[in-house]
Design a protein around this ligand. Structure first.
Ligand SMILES: Cc1ncc(COP(=O)(O)O)c(C=O)c1O
Length: 440
């Protein structure tokens, strides 16, 4: 077999420069401008200072900012820096800086999420990650997937496509009828009842975007662990979670939850670059999935060049390859660092405080029915409501006319949906309560 030194091999696979596992093979490139790390941004003073880092229209109140993020200044500056470098010399910039920038983004993700870099695969969105995960998770004949009636289109459709391709059996269970009246005990009991002897995958969503209900995920995982206790490894239920409305809100480190996989976009509550997302997996759980899109990393392409099967971490083989919008992907480092700088607990407390203020204000309006639980243990940033006799779409337009940006849940039963976050203030919350009272 032809001898290839590592550098030659990687040069021949030159299209790979800058991708994850490459870093482990070639070593670190010297730092050169213009890709030098972002200057440390001074810690913002107070939440007004945080809000001032966003270019969001100051004349509007942004309660739909979580649907698709605007990003704060350090992220915007990183994107612009990388964009300029790539525009001037795409191949050279990738070659000179790609490995280091990729590693920085993964390290920041691992620091924020908990666990290590090898547990994370980057994607373009939540939907991308769900499609890859539910398309690639191993299911033996006779095993089934259990999901719930409360998951979003992206989970249901990924599972429908899997069933269409392979005949996999998918069952949907209901966890609650009245979202405002859920309790942790009843949610956990409903999940327990939903599991069967053939269940291999439990496909959940942490914070339901149609109701705002937050599952008590650690308790759910503990119940599943109990169910798994005497099962063979190949029959264990794998807990797979769409975490997009929790990432950037919930303070828990992922390894503490007990889930097998969490999937999220980074362009919602994390306020990261648009078109970025991730799949995080428990170390042992990665063995249960295979990739769908060819991975672009040194080991995989090196193996192809030398006529071998690829080896290396399963997460790296699972991560979809091809060239990416690298300026966005690399700026994930600044997005995670932004949240780490603010403090996960502080961001969570701020979001909870604003959501509670909003719920308290709305609950005092007689025509309003709160759909989302009042209890912060059972809700996160999403607040859904109904106003008697008013169509949610009409309300949305009326609020927009007053400079208040909200959304309507894209589910069979639509609700008006508000997302207080680090880009809204107490004054914004009070203004939205006043506006809803005027429309009720
Ligand atoms: C629960 C949930 N999952 C996934 C998505 C889609 O996220 P992405 O745009 O990152 O694919 C949404 C809404 O956009 C959602 O509400």
């Amino acid at each position: 077999m032809e001898e290839l030194d590592r550098r030659t091999l990687l040069r021949r696979a030159g299209l790979l420069a800058g991708t994850g596992a490459l870093a482990g093979l070639v070593g670190c490139q010297p730092d050169r401008s213009p890709a030098a790390p972002a200057a440390t941004t001074a810690a913002p003073t107070g939440w007004d200072g945080v809000r001032a880092q966003f270019e969001l229209d100051p004349a509007k109140r942004h309660f739909a900012a979580f649907v698709l993020a605007s990003h704060p200044r350090p992220v915007a500056e990183a994107i612009e820096r990388h964009r300029r470098g790539l525009q001037a010399d795409p191949d050279g910039y990738l070659e000179d800086h790609g490995q280091r920038l990729d590693r920085q983004a993964r390290s920041a993700a691992a620091e924020y999420l908990g666990g290590d870099r090898g547990q994370v695969a980057f994607t373009r969105s939540t939907t991308d990650g769900l499609g890859l995960l539910y398309g690639g998770v191993a299911l033996r004949a006779g095993q089934e997937v259990v999901t719930t009636a409360h998951d979003f289109y992206s989970t249901h459709e990924a599972l429908r496509l899997r069933a269409e391709r392979t005949g996999a059996s998918v069952r949907r269970v209901r966890l609650y009828d009245d979202p405002a009246a859920v309790s942790a005990e009843r949610l956990v009991a409903a999940v327990r009842r939903g599991l069967g002897p053939r269940t291999r995958v439990l496909a959940l969503t942490w914070v339901h975007s149609g109701t705002g209900v937050k599952l008590p995920l650690a308790e759910v995982c503990a119940a599943v662990a109990d169910h798994n206790r005497d099962r063979d490894p190949g029959d264990r239920v794998l807990v797979c979670v769409d975490a997009v409305h929790a990432l950037g809100v919930e303070p828990a480190a992922l390894p503490d939850l007990g889930c097998d996989f969490l999937v999220a976009g980074c362009h919602k509550w994390l306020f990261g670059p648009r078109g970025t997302g991730l799949v995080w997996g428990r170390r042992e759980a990665w063995a249960e999935v295979t990739g769908t899109v060819p991975a672009f990393n040194g080991q995989a392409i090196g193996a192809w060049i030398t006529g071998r099967d690829p080896t290396g971490p399963r997460s790296a083989l699972f991560e979809p390859g091809g060239f990416h919008a690298f300026e966005h992907r690399w700026a994930l480092a600044e997005a995670f660092q932004f949240h780490l700088g603010l403090g996960r607990r502080q961001v969570a407390d701020r979001t909870t405080a604003l959501a509670t203020r909003l719920k308290d204000g709305l609950a005092a309006i007689p025509a309003v029915t709160l759909v989302t639980p009042r209890d912060p243990e059972l809700s996160a940033g999403i607040v859904c409501l109904e106003v008697a006799g008013r169509d949610p779409g009409e309300l949305l337009d009326a609020l927009r006319g007053q400079g208040i940006l909200a959304s309507v849940t894209p589910y069979a039963r639509p609700y008006l949906r508000l997302g207080p976050s680090i880009v809204t203030s107490e004054a914004d919350v009070d203004a939205v309560v006043t506006a809803v009272r005027g429309l009720a």
